[in-house]
Write a protein that binds this ligand. Structure first.
Ligand code: CAA
Length: 287
């Protein structure tokens, strides 16, 4: 499919990433369907988009009119069949668990039109393995946004073993249409480029606290004031979701080996459901 043939984009998953991607797609002028597994989740995602567009308008980054038009282009939907019926591209942003994603793709394959491209926003999982659940592995690739999608300019466009050049070119062009800077990742390996670098940084920061060498605030101040990153490692973990970072690490550990063993401090936060900003507390409190 050529970029000019793309009109409707379905985003699966209305969580942190899903609703942000839906917002970015609608701002670029696409008709967007936002889907999640129940009314509450999908409405919550829609409400966050409304809030975000309001903020952008308040700061005069977009006009009130553009905010209203953008919101009007987004339809929240629950049934998968209805959500994908008119989709030219599906961008999947459901939880970072292989089993869940595979179930979603099996269902998608049943209902999506033949022309539809499947693009996964996975942070680390094998694009090839996911694509093999479908009958269209050539029309399948990674399209990995960063949190928060509205602010982060990068999109990794990742080739699975079966992805066609046409699919990769179209998704790369789509990222550009969304005013993002795509970078092509040629090999489907855990964590791709960014998370292969960033998630071990978060893990190592956690090990420093775990072994008592420094506190969370002390580690974060070095990340910000020496390395010049916009956020400390723990602030970033809270922003991304500690569970998301943990799942990425766990998968990298399984596939790439012991260097990526998740620090127990991260695991304890996941067990306590203190996942960062989205739950109101993580390494810092947000209430
Ligand atoms: N929409 C609109 N406005 C929003 C918003 C949204 N979604 N989210 C926050 N804001 C608003 C806030 O309410 C706040 O508004 P007020 O000023 O009115 O209070 C304002 O934006 C904060 O924005 P600033 O520009 O002042 O904040 P900042 O300069 O600190 O930038 C940031 C924020 C862009 C997140 C910056 O800190 C940053 O770049 N951090 C690093 C993020 C990063 O690395 N992300 C990638 C993580 S890795 C990943 O995502 C991949 C993965 O697979 C795990």
């Amino acid at each position: 499919m050529d970029i000019d043939e793309i009109n409707t984009i379905t985003v699966l998953g209305a969580g942190n990433m899903g609703h942000g991607i839906a917002e970015v797609a609608a701002l670029a002028g696409y008709t967007v369907v936002l889907r999640d597994i129940n009314e509450e989740f999908v409405q919550n995602g829609y409400d966050q988009i409304e809030w975000s567009l309001g903020k952008l308008a308040e700061k005069e980054q977009i006009s009130e009119e553009k905010a209203d038009e953008t919101l009007d282009r987004i339809t929240p939907v629950v049934p998968v069949k209805e959500a994908v019926a008119g989709a030219d591209v599906v961008i999947e942003a459901v939880p970072e668990v292989m089993g869940i994603k595979k179930e979603v793709y099996a269902e998608l394959e049943e209902h999506a039109p033949e022309r539809t491209i499947f693009a996964t926003n996975t942070s680390s999982l094998s694009i090839t393995e996911l694509s093999e659940v479908t009958d269209r592995p050539a029309q399948f690739c990674g399209m990995h946004f960063f949190n928060p999608p509205i602010r982060m300019p990068l999109v990794e466009v990742i080739s699975g073993e079966h992805s066609s050049d046409e699919t990769l070119d179209t998704i790369e062009a789509l990222a550009s249409e969304m005013d993002k800077t795509p970078v092509r990742v040629h090999k489907d390996s855990p964590g791709f480029i960014v998370n292969r670098i960033l998630v071990p940084l978060m893990n190592e920061a956690a090990w420093i606290v775990e072994d008592g060498s420094a506190t969370v605030a002390e580690v974060d101040s070095t990340t910000k004031f020496d390395m010049g990153l916009p956020m400390g490692s723990f602030e970033l973990a809270d922003q991304v979701g500690i569970d998301v970072g943990y799942h990425v690490l766990d998968y990298m550990h399984d596939v790439l080996g012991d260097a990526y063993r998740p620090c127990p401090l991260l695991e304890s936060k996941v067990d306590a459901e203190e996942l960062g900003k989205k739950t109101g507390s993580g390494f810092y409190d947000y209430e």
